[in-house]
Structure formats: C-alpha cells, structure tokens
Design a protein around this ligand. Structure first.
Ligand code: NAP
Length: 299
C-alpha cells in the first residue's frame, strides 16, 4: 500500500489482537464480556453495522446479542429494556444503534444506558468525562480518529489541527480529545466564513461532515495528515455500464492524496478502527465491572 495511506484495517487488527488477549484473561477468571445491541425499525445501514459488530465481536471472543424493536415501539418500552440490561450483571456493554427513528427521543435513551455499560461512549457522563481528562470510555469514532492520527508519528503537542464538522457524535468529542493531547484545535462548521482559509493552516485535518468532495486538493496544506471520517454513498456507472453505488468519504481522495503527507481511505480507514474501539471499550467496561464487584465483595 502507498506509504501515504493510513491502513485502518491493519490498525484494527492490532487493536483486535490486544482485545482478544484481554478477553481471554477475563474468561479465565469467569468473566464473559457481553455486548447487547439495540436497534429500532428497519434501516439497511443499521443492519450492516450490526452484522459488522457481531462479526468483530466473534473474532475476539466477545458475546454479542441483538435486541431488535419494531418501528412502533414506545419510548417507555425501550427505556424499560435499557433499565433491564443495566441491571443484568451478565451484560457488560450496551450499544444503541443510530439513527433512532422519530418520535423516539435519542438523548433520553442514550442517557438511560448506565455510563459503566455505555461502550459507545455517547452518554453525557462519558462525553463529560473527556473535559476532565478521562477519555477511557470515549466515543469510538473520535477515539479511532486520534489513534490513526497518532500512527503518523506526528507529535500532537502544539499541532495545528482543524476539525471540520461539530456534531455531538464526532466533531465536538474529537476536538476535546485533541485538546487533551495539547493540540491547537480549530473547529469549523456551517458558521465558518472561509473554510479553505482554516483547512490550509492545518497540520492535521479531520473531516466529519457527510458531504462527498467537500475537501479538495487546494484546501490542504502540503504534507498535512488528513483523517476522513465521512461515509457517503454516491451514484456511479459500473464497468458494465449499469448504474451502481460507491462509498466515499468527505475528501476528494485522489486529489488530496497528492498534497497530503498521510490520508485515510474510505472505506478501510476510520471505519474498521471505530469497530475495534467498540471492542476495546467493551473489554474495558467488563474489566471495570469485575474490579467494582471484587471491591464490593471485600468491603
Ligand atoms: P452530522 O450530525 O450531520 O454533522 C455534520 C456536521 O458537519 C455538522 O456539525 C454540520 O454543521 C457540519 N457541516 C455541514 N456542512 C458543512 C460545511 N459545508 N462546512 C463545514 N461544516 C459543515 O453528521 P455526523 O454524525 O457527525 O457524521 C459526519 C459524517 O461522518 C457522516 O458522513 C457519517 O456517516 C460519518 N460517520 C462515520 C463514522 C465512522 O465510523 N467512520 C462514524 C460516525 C459518523 P452544522 O450543524 O452547523 O450544519
């Protein structure tokens, strides 16, 4: 692979090896990490996320269970299911698949997951912990982006990082994680007057918007590291002349690759590492639950 391309699949394998060892150590002591996924309605992309997560869990020995709810489920019913999972000592991690269909209230459901079992790192408590320097159960995609940036060998201290996108799931938490690493962080969004002015200053550019080709070669400082979080489906003509779909990021990969020092591909960049981070968070939450149980037994 081109040395400029950050291989997310390779890094995901390294993380999975580490997680597998920790899972085995827990199982030897009678503790089984178990991740329960909750999804609501029939959304094709969500089915694919669940399939990938289930496969990844099997690869490292984490038990995986899927709880599917129909579109007409009520907020109260999903809340009750989450409370039951919180109380079940056999469940060590819970993930609520996005999007959650309206009129269900996503934030209330997310915050109903006990922070110690919130392995996606999306509860207010776990996001808030980042402010206080604890990112151990942080949001998986943000953790994955920082992990991949670190593989470049760039020192994050004092690095000029520009984050494009300020969503609560990616843009804001990744900026907070980078501030903790002492990077100098600028966050761009719809209100930013001159996006190119900012992106051109960046030693590292992290993009999480959901717009194909938003970042072009002329917007990138030569030698910068570019982490593309976006996942978009675009229409293409297949080699046989029929219409088809292709998955691309937010960055014009071929153009930006010429200017960048490092770049993540889509697919095969941030995505696989995000799943690996979910596994790492799940094993960590199990280790912590075991520790708390042992402390309670000694008390
Ligand atoms: P989101 O909630 O829609 O947020 C998009 C962000 O981009 C918003 O902060 C929005 O700002 C900003 N934005 C929109 N247009 C912009 C522009 N022209 N210039 C600068 N900022 C602009 O999306 P998300 O959940 O953060 O996801 C972003 C992308 O990452 C999507 O493609 C998603 O599929 C992908 N994703 C990938 C992974 C992974 O594992 N690889 C995980 C999660 C998400 P305003 O709010 O001001 O409009």
């Amino acid at each position: 692979m081109d040395h400029k391309i950050i291989d997310g699949k390779k890094h995901a394998l390294i993380i999975k090896d580490e997680v597998r060892g920790r899972v085995h150590a827990l199982k030897d002591l009678g503790w089984k990490p178990r991740l329960v996924s909750i999804d609501i309605g029939e959304i094709g992309a969500v089915r694919l996320f669940i399939k990938n997560q289930q496969k990844a869990c099997a690869e490292v020995g984490i038990e995986f269970e899927n709880r599917h709810f129909p579109l007409d489920v009520t907020q109260r019913e999903v809340m009750a299911a989450i409370h039951a999972l919180n109380a079940d000592p056999r469940v060590t991690g819970i993930i609520l698949q996005r999007p959650v269909p309206r009129p269900l209230a996503l934030e209330e459901l997310e915050n109903a997951i006990h922070p110690s079992k919130d392995v996606e790192g999306m509860s207010s408590s776990n996001i808030g912990n980042i402010i206080y320097g604890d990112s151990s159960l942080g949001p998986c995609t943000s953790l994955a982006s920082v992990e991949l940036l670190k593989t470049t060998g760039l020192s994050l201290r004092g690095l000029e990082v520009v984050v494009v996108g300020h969503s609560e799931i990616v843009g804001k938490p990744v900026a907070l994680l980078l501030v903790e690493e002492l990077a100098t962080v600028t966050i761009c969004h719809h209100g930013t007057r001159n996006l190119t002015y900012h992106t051109r200053q960046a030693d590292a550019l992290i993009v999480a918007v959901g717009k194909p080709n938003l970042i072009t070669e002329d917007m990138v400082k030569p030698g910068a590291a570019v982490i593309d979080i976006g996942i978009n489906q675009i229409d293409v003509t297949l080699p046989d002349g029929t219409p088809g779909k292709k998955t691309v990021g937010d960055v014009d990969f071929e153009g930006v690759k010429k200017a960048a020092g490092w770049i993540t591909p889509v697919p095969g960049g941030v995505g696989p590492v995000t799943v690996a981070m979910l596994l790492r968070n799940t094993v960590l939450s199990t280790e912590r639950q075991k520790k708390r149980y042992e402390e309670a037994m000694r008390a």
